[in-house]
Design a protein around this ligand. Structure first.
Ligand code: CA2
Length: 147
């Protein structure tokens, strides 16, 4: 499978601040781990992070054009605000997983609404940074069970 792992604003700060919420791992180490685990199963995993909503929309459009098999998206704060990312994901017909490091439902009420959840196949939240590699490991099986 060709897999895009798309990360939204401030995820580049992982491992540098708020370790009690987001842990000690950096995005770089998470991405290296996922690429390695993906390769083992024959997946091509591409990691991306942007602080800009439009750039995330463009990556999703690129995934549509290139017929990428799956998108794993942690839209970060845009989860709770972005109709643009919702609309772009709706047009992507591959397998889609919304991922969060923390469980937003245990946090402030403004994090309880997701504009992403209605347009994805599955949501993974609260597994910490390990959630990324778990999802990559399970992706091929998950996709089959959702077909
Ligand atoms: O739990 C998640 O993965 C979130 O998507 C993270 C977002 C937050 O707005 C969502 O409600 C839940 C925030 C990402 C900020 O990442 C930081 C990492 C380290 C230090 C500061 C921020």
């Amino acid at each position: 499978m060709n897999i895009y792992v798309i990360n939204g604003p401030n995820i580049n700060l992982l491992g540098t601040r708020e370790p009690e919420i987001y842990g000690h791992e950096t995005l770089d180490s998470i991405s290296k781990d996922c690429i390695k685990k993906g390769l083992k199963d024959g997946h091509d995993v591409k990691f991306m992070q942007s602080n800009y909503e439009g750039e995330i929309v463009e990556w999703i459009q690129h995934a549509i054009k290139e017929k990428i098999d799956a998108i794993v998206i942690n839209a970060a704060a845009y989860t709770h605000t972005s109709i643009a990312i919702h609309d772009a994901l709706k047009s992507f017909s591959g397998f889609k997983i919304e991922l969060h490091i923390s469980n937003p439902h245990l946090r402030e009420s403004f994090r309880h609404v997701s504009y992403i959840s209605p347009v994805v196949d599955a949501v993974v939240a609260g597994l910490g940074a390990n959630g990324y590699s778990h999802v990559i490991e399970l992706l091929a099986d998950l996709q089959k069970s959702y077909e």
